[in-house]
Design a protein. Structure first.
Length: 344
């Protein structure tokens, strides 16, 4: 099987020659150690050397200083958001707002001012033909609501003033639908899947009740998912943390896989996920990035990968249980991850 065939078969829970595997998205600070260990000069050469199965492409968004679509909304009450230091708990523009009719007091960005169709096309121009292309859309509309108010105020408003939450959320979703359309139209027929999502889970439980996730988060997610599906794309839905209790709701949205199976979060062990949902949805992740990849050794990585392969002979894209490889992850453990996945 080539990479694309393996990727689609895994998402469709069909037989594969081996499980698909994805490096994830290393943070900038992790590159030096990875490049040195694998004796390569860039991320493209690294992916080819380790035999990664997915080629991810991030949406180009040109809004200085961060130039990242996750920082499109300047919700911080004072100054411009610093991407490296931003926090969902900081006071947001709407902190003191209660009237939904005032939602346009904020200067909502128009993504067409910061996205270029030709640049979108260029991002995928050099992807090797046999690789599935994964668009990293994020579209984290529910997390952006936290930023819009400050997390504490947002959670209070969910209970006490739901209409202002809905009004702000609708504007955020509207932005992502327009931004995603620009990317999808520019890359039509060239990408295979997208990664979108919102973080719902903490280490031990959901951060918001299942009922309020269904009421305030999932309607927006449904619009974003339906849009991607209208372009014939597979959808991988991201949420860190313990999200076991809303997995059936995510399945009902029509997604193809759930990412990243935060391995140490409550109720997120792979055996439980396989037995409860393995015939209904595929997964991406599973290899603990909180403890094992950081403090473990290659032998322990190999043991865990073999366990994942036994439990999920298909239906699991084996990957770190966080999308970002951090500098504290030993490159030797990354090497062991990929070699073990590809070993019979």
């Amino acid at each position: 099987m080539n990479h694309k065939e393996r990727f689609f078969a895994t998402l469709e829970r069909k037989s594969v020659d081996r499980p698909a595997c994805w490096l994830g998205i290393p943070v900038q600070e992790a590159y030096e150690g990875l490049f040195k260990y694998f004796q390569v000069k860039n991320l493209v050469d690294l992916k080819l050397k380790i035999n990664d199965d997915i080629w991810h492409v991030e949406v180009p968004y040109n809004y200085p200083p961060n130039n990242h679509i996750a920082c499109a909304f300047d919700f911080a009450k004072k100054g411009t958001i610093n991407y490296s230091k931003r926090t969902l708990t900081a006071p947001g523009f709407f902190e003191d707002y209660s009237d939904p009719s005032k939602v346009d007091d904020f200067e909502w960005p128009d993504p067409s001012n910061y996205m270029d169709s030709e640049e979108c096309k260029q991002r995928i121009e050099d992807v090797p033909e046999e690789y599935p292309v994964l668009g990293i859309m994020w579209s984290a509309h529910f997390q952006d609501v936290y930023s819009a108010f400050g997390m504490e105020r947002a959670l209070i408003n969910i209970l006490k003033n739901p209409e202002i939450i809905k009004a702000v959320s609708e504007k955020i979703v509207e932005f992502y639908l327009k931004a995603n359309k620009i990317f999808y139209e520019a890359t039509k027929g060239k990408i295979d899947a997208v990664l979108i999502g919102n973080d719902f889970g903490g280490q031990k439980r959901l951060m918001v009740s299942p009922e309020n996730i269904r009421k305030f988060a999932l309607p927006g997610s449904k619009k974003i998912i339906d849009q991607a599906k209208s372009y014939g794309l597979k959808v991988i839905y991201h949420s860190c943390g313990s999200i076991f209790d809303v997995i059936p709701d995510l399945i009902n949205l029509g997604i193809d896989a759930i990412h990243p199976i935060q391995a140490l979060a409550a109720k997120m062990d792979v055996k439980s996920l396989k037995s409860n949902y393995g015939d209904k949805i595929s997964f991406c992740g599973g290899l603990d990035a909180q403890n094992l990849l950081v403090f473990g050794n290659p032998d322990q990585i190999r043991e865990k990968v073999f366990e994942l392969k036994r439990i999920f002979p298909t239906g699991l894209i084996i990957s770190p249980s966080h999308e970002a490889i951090l500098p504290d992850v030993n490159p030797a453990n990354v090497d062991a991850l990929f070699k073990s996945v590809q070993q019979n």
